[in-house]
Design a protein around this ligand. Structure first.
Ligand code: F6P
Length: 326
């Protein structure tokens, strides 16, 4: 069956570049004379039939905007067979005959189930700042989040240096250390705690002490939100203070500022390339793939593999970080 109308939605946490990806899907459809239906609020909008017809002009002025104009949600109802059935009926009624999901692995799991239950063609575009998806070296929003975090921490460094202070800075990433590790190298952090390593507070303290012995006067310590030290940034501060009451220590949590803002050029180009590939793959009659980028080549990974593959952090970066903080 040839695809005549494609529905597109954004799901899970928003990420810079999602708008650029929606735009790419819409414009590629226009190029190939295929209709497009925007679905508001992810799967929840599908369940409620909250749709909007989109054309090439409806996505003007979107490539440069953070967030997602289609809005996003984490739908509990879509996890139930009844919710998915409602969503399918609405989508069928709308005339859409394929679906593109822009989101993370949770969103892809929903897409795969939807395909299995209703034999509805689906494609995934990875959109999350965490970069924690198998089958792509970069997810949409990750590059922007890195740049945002680096810009913020550079500013914090000014105070750290001026006052000879130590800063514990928490960055996002859920259970993955991509943002922490790359940001840490980018800002010249003294120490980076990531979930992929089991650094204890005692080991951290020993490294800090070694640093001072080698003449360091300030410290930037990046802590991934999912790190395994067993202590959050406030507890780490208290622990180090309890051993060295003279240290001047502060805490900063970058939080959701990492998820917002205009996408970087890298994310805009990546979103454009991924949108083209997602639409054209559906038009070739294929389904159940995630579009990814590897060695700067856009390719496809079966959705199932993308969900179950598990993303891998390059541990050589850990060594680079260690050498850089000598
Ligand atoms: O997945 C993106 C992300 O920002 C994670 O880094 C973070 O753990 C989580 O979402 C926060 O979710 P919420 O915005 O629902 O608090």
């Amino acid at each position: 069956m040839s695809v005549k109308k494609i529905a597109v939605l954004t799901s899970g946490g928003d990420a810079p570049g999602m708008n650029a990806a929606i735009r790419a899907v819409v414009r590629t459809c226009a190029y190939h004379n295929v209709e497009v239906l925007g679905v508001y609020r992810g799967y929840q909008g599908m369940i409620e039939g909250d749709f909007v017809e989109l054309n090439a002009r409806s996505v003007r002025d979107t490539i440069n905007k953070g967030g997602t104009f289609l809005k996003s949600a984490r739908s509990k109802e879509f996890r139930t067979p009844e919710g998915r059935k409602k969503a399918y009926e609405n989508l069928k009624k709308s005339g859409a005959d394929a679906l593109i999901v822009i989101g993370g692995d949770g969103s892809f799991t929903g897409a795969l189930l939807f395909n299995e239950e209703f034999n509805f063609p689906v494609m995934g575009i990875p959109g999350t700042i965490d970069n924690d998806i198998y089958g792509t070296s970069h997810t949409l929003g990750y590059d922007t989040a890195l740049n945002t975090a680096v810009e913020a921490i550079d500013k914090i460094r000014d105070t750290a240096s001026s006052h000879d202070r130590m800063f514990f800075i928490e960055v996002m990433g859920r259970d993955a250390g991509f943002i922490a590790l790359n940001t840490g190298i980018g800002v010249g952090a003294e120490r980076i705690l990531i979930p992929e390593e089991n650094t204890t507070a005692e080991e951290l303290l020993a490294d800090i002490e070694k640093g001072y012995a080698k003449g360091k006067t300030s410290n930037i310590i990046i802590v991934a939100e999912g790190d395994k030290s067993g202590k959050n940034v406030f507890q780490l501060k208290e622990y180090v203070e309890s051993k060295h009451p003279g240290f001047d220590i502060r805490v900063a949590i970058l939080g959701h500022m990492q998820r917002g803002g205009a996408p970087s050029c890298y994310d805009r180009v990546l979103a454009s390339r991924m949108g083209v590939k997602a639409v054209e793959t559906l038009l070739e009659g294929k389904s159940n793939y995630m579009v990814g980028v590897n060695n700067d080549v856009i390719d496809l990974t079966p959705l199932e593999k993308a969900i179950k593959g598990g993303s891998k952090l390059d541990m050589e970066l850990v060594r680079v970080a260690e050498i850089m903080s000598v």
